[in-house]
Every structure is written in structure tokens, then in C-alpha cells.
Design a protein around this ligand. Structure first.
Ligand SMILES: Cc1ncc(COP(=O)(O)O)c(C=O)c1O
Length: 498
């Protein structure tokens, strides 16, 4: 039995969910986050000795049994120096290399153990219905011809490094786009291109956070945000998005989670994984909170051009000219070029508040030299002119029709309820866990994979602390969704978690 198996066994025996352990630890002032517990359960890491002792005590199991075979090095958690030292001690004459302790708090389950298992099954020749990853190209969403053409004619001109923030033409186009979205006080200098929004999320948090600084992050979230806050040495504090209110941020919860260590609020609008689009009134209230507590706002708007039902997207920065905001977007989703790697961030509002931070951003931006230059060369083409993505988002268009299908099909399954997404291409259904006796969402995802060969992402992968949600990416064509939903309906007819 591995440590993870023993832990799961002990939790099951005592009727403990992951969240119960987190709460029990908080009661004893032990720092134990959701991501820690989920990593232990997934077998990705093993706990430090004090946590091991806490787990054995709380789960009323024998400490020696729980840590069977795990070497106890010290009574306290090893410092990075000690960890380095232990690396130098040869094991059977061989030096072993451990990942850095900075990664102990980092979780990125969208590409986690369930995907590993799916890959293993595929390698055995099994066909998996993949509803797990927001990558449009493999599902037949082709890059607009004009974008491919314009990149190819500029290839020979984009062989060298560009300015570290990006080509002037790309940044000018992004600046004009920002003006149209109403972002205040934006010049070309306030725009940084990146190898996708992903690179800029990491860069912007590394430039900001010191040990102990807190950042408010939505739950559920796009997990890169939580991972990058923790990797940068900060603490991700999750505020709840309320399913009963179309998954809008719960403003009261947000307020409650603000402490004197909070530096910034992150919003993801439109949202991954819920598909929510926030109305102006909610955004205004978030701005009021940020104003009251002098917080920076990070707004991830990568899906801002994928909005349905005649609704329109408002950038929160347009409502906050007196605050300092960083707005993120890119072409991965709207132009189906996730593989080309191009995203950007825009600084706006009162930049005087952030002079030193901006110097930090510039330093990190210079250190990575620049982002992929051929991809920058198509920003102007992509942002202006005919937006072919719009055709997908209206009745008769693929994204719209696939959303209608998946929404109706999910509602047809007993014990599943779901809020209709308004944007992006994700849906985040709720499972009646009592009906199916579900206590472990990773086990649910694995069972669905093994029994029906359907790959979804468990809610816990989005820092959602109950085992009662999962995310479907509805990019596959309706025929594929139809097959998947038929199988899923059948699965829920007999499934009960043991
Ligand atoms: C909310 C959100 N932000 C950022 C990203 C990363 O996008 P990029 O391809 O620009 O790195 C994703 C990708 O799925 C996302 O869903």
C-alpha cells in the first residue's frame, strides 16, 4: 500500500473528506491547504512530519502504519538548505534529485493524475472521449486563413528578438483594442506581450508577491492563478463564486477574506470553468471593495470575445480609472491559435501607485528577452477586421449549438444540475453527491474514465473544495458530445461510489 492509499483508507474509515482535514488543521493552527491534501491523496507528495503526526491523530490511525516506509528525517519540516543537503547524500551510491520545495504548494490538476491515466489507456490502444482541455484546434476549430497567411509572409522579418514587451505594431493594436474596451490611461508602453497569458500570469505575480502576501482568487478558478500565487511565495485565499447567482463572485465572502496582508483581487471574466459572464453591477461592487481596501485588480479576460446570447463583455478596468489594474487577454481561444503562444497584459488606471511594481515587471520582462515574435506579428490582423469567431457564437454556430446540446443533455441526467454558461466553452455541472454517494471527485473522474472512457476534469482541479462538480469542455462536435452524453447518462444509472 502506498502512503496515498493508506491516507485514503483512513479518511474513508473515519468519514473524512479532504475539506474536513483542512478545517481540522485550521482549528489547530496548522498550515494545511486544500492543495496540500489533494496532493497527498493523489500520491504526488508526502507530508512533512508535523502534518503526518496531525493526520494520524486526526484520523485516529497508527502513526507508524500511516508513514510506513517513509523516512523521518527531522521533527520539523526540512528547510530548503536541508533538502539540498539531503540531495547530496548519495543513496546506494547514486545522487538523487528532488523537486524544489517551492513546488510543495503547487497544484495543476487540469493536467494531473486522471489525464496521466487517460494517456496510459490511450497508449494501450483505447479510444478516449476527451472533454477535458480547452484547446480548440484538435476539435476542428481552424485558425482563420488570414492569420496563417499573415504570419507566413512575416516569418522572415520575425527571426530576431523583438523589444522585450513586444513589437510596436502588436502593442499598438492591443492599445487600440484597450481603448475600445474603455481601459483608462493606457499607452503602448503599458502593454506587454507574452507566450500566452500563462507566462504573464506567472510574471505579474512573481513581480508582486513576497512571502505571506495574500491574493484573493475565485473558487472555482483557472488553477494556474492559485499555482502561480503559491509559486511566487504568496498565499492564495479563495473567495466563493455562487452557483445560485449564476456563479457570480460572492461579494460578502470576498470582503470576509480580505486581510491586512491582501494585495490583490483576481477575477476571471468570462470564467473558466463556469462559463459565467459578470454584469457591470457586480464588477462595480468589486471595484468598490478594491478601492476601500486599496487592492490591485488582476482581470483575466482571455474569453472576452467568446460571449453568447447577445451579451457584451465589460472590462473591470474600464470602471476603475483611479485604481491600478492589470488586464490579461490573448489569441489562444478567440483565434484558435493556442499553439502559437500569444497573449498580453495591459496596465491601466492610476499607474503612479505602482511605479516600483512596474519597474519589477520590466525587469522580469527583459529577463525573458521577448515573447514569440512570429505570433506577435499576427496580433494586428487578428484583432481587427472580420472576427470569424463570432460565427461560432450565434444560433447555427458550433459553439452555440454545442452549448445548447450539452446543457440540455446534462439536465436530462437525474441528480445533475447545471447553470447555463454564457461565454467561453466550459460547463461546470453539479452532482447530487448523496444520490451517487460521491465523496472523492478524483475517484469519480477515474471511474468514469475506466468504465466509459470519458475524460473530464474533477471540480477539485479548480480549487473547488467539495467533491460535487466536474468540468466539461464542449468543444467536440455534437456527434461526439452525443456519444459521450449517452455513455454518461448510462454511467449515472448505476454508479455508486464505494
Ligand atoms: C482563464 C484562462 N486564463 C489563461 C489561460 C491560458 O491561456 P494562454 O493560452 O494564453 O496561455 C487559459 C487557458 O485555458 C484560461 O482558461
Amino acid at each position: 500500500m502506498t502512503f496515498a492509499e493508506r491516507l485514503k483508507q483512513a479518511m474513508k474509515d473515519r468519514g473524512f473528506k479532504q475539506v474536513d482535514l483542512v478545517r481540522a488543521a485550521a482549528d489547530t493552527n496548522l498550515k494545511l491547504g486544500k492543495s496540500h491534501v489533494s496532493q497527498y491523496v493523489a500520491g504526488k507528495t508526502i507530508p512533512r512530519e508535523p502534518v503526518m503526526v496531525f493526520l494520524a491523530k486526526t484520523l485516529k490511525c497508527d502513526l507508524d502504519w500511516l508513514r510506513d516506509g517513509i523516512e523521518v528525517k527531522t521533527a520539523t519540516s526540512p528547510s530548503p538548505e536541508m533538502k539540498k543537503e539531503s540531495e547530496r547524500i548519495p543513496m546506494n551510491g547514486r545522487r538523487i534529485f528532488k523537486k524544489s520545495s517551492k513546488l510543495d504548494n503547487v497544484l495543476y490538476d487540469v493536467r494531473g493524475p486522471v489525464l496521466d491515466e487517460a494517456n496510459r489507456m490511450e497508449a494501450e490502444g483505447k479510444q478516449i472521449l476527451k472533454l477535458n482541455i480547452g484547446n480548440p484546434a484538435p476539435f476542428g476549430f481552424r485558425t482563420p486563413d488570414e492569420v496563417v497567411h499573415d504570419m507566413s509572409v512575416q516569418l522572415t522579418e520575425t527571426e530576431g528578438y523583438s523589444n522585450s514587451k513586444g513589437l510596436f505594431s502588436a502593442r499598438k493594436a492591443i492599445m487600440q483594442y484597450s481603448q475600445i474596451k474603455g481601459l483608462p490611461n493606457v499607452t503602448v508602453d503599458d502593454i506587454y506581450t507574452g507566450n500566452g497569458v500563462s507566462e504573464l500570469i506567472q510574471l505579474s505575480l512573481n513581480a508582486l508577491l513576497d512571502e505571506g502576501d495574500e491574493v484573493l482568487i475565485p473558487s472555482p478558478d483557472y488553477p494556474l492563478w492559485t499555482a502561480c500565487v503559491n509559486l511566487a511565495g504568496g498565499t492564495a485565499v479563495h473567495y466563493v463564486c455562487d452557483e445560485q447567482s449564476d456563479w457570480y463572485p460572492d461579494l460578502e465572502d470576498m470582503r470576509k477574506k480580505i486581510s491586512d496582508k491582501t494585495k490583490a483581487i483576481v477575477i476571471i471574466n468570462p470564467n473558466n470553468p463556469t462559463g459565467a459572464l459578470y454584469p457591470t453591477e457586480i464588477l462595480e461592487k468589486i471595484v468598490e471593495l478594491a478601492r476601500e481596501f486599496q487592492l490591485m485588480i488582476f482581470s483575466d479576460e482571455i474569453y472576452d470575445r467568446l460571449v453568447m446570447d447577445g451579451l457584451s463583455h465589460t472590462s473591470i478596468a474600464s470602471l476603475a480609472p483611479d485604481l491600478f489594474c492589470v488586464t490579461f487577454s490573448g489569441l489562444s481561444k478567440s483565434h484558435m491559435i493556442a499553439g502559437y503562444r500569444i497573449g498580453w497584459m495591459v496596465l491601466s488606471g492610476n499607474k503612479n501607485l505602482a511605479k516600483d511594481y512596474i519597474a519589477g515587471l520590466n525587469m522580469l520582462s527583459n529577463m525573458r528577452l521577448c515573447s514569440n515574435v512570429p505570433a506577435q506579428s499576427v496580433v494586428q490582423t487578428a484583432l481587427w477586421g472580420h472576427q470569424s469567431v463570432n460565427d461560432y457564437l450565434v444560433p447555427g454556430g458550433r459553439i452555440y449549438e454545442q452549448r445548447e446540446f450539452i446543457y440540455n443533455a446534462l439536465q436530462d441526467i437525474p441528480g445533475i444540475s447545471v447553470v447555463k454558461p454564457k461565454a467561453a466553452f466550459y460547463i461546470f455541472p453539479k452532482i447530487d453527491t448523496k444520490m451517487y454517494n460521491i465523496t472523492d471527485d478524483e475517484q469519480f473522474a477515474l471511474d468514469l474514465l475506466h468504465e466509459k472512457k470519458i475524460l473530464i476534469t474533477r471540480g477539485g482541479g479548480f480549487n473547488w473544495d467539495q467533491p460535487d462538480h466536474f468540468r466539461i469542455v464542449y468543444l467536440p462536435r455534437i456527434e461526439v458530445l452525443e456519444e459521450a452524453m449517452g455513455k454518461m447518462k448510462d454511467f449515472f444509472q448505476y454508479y455508486k461510489q464505494l
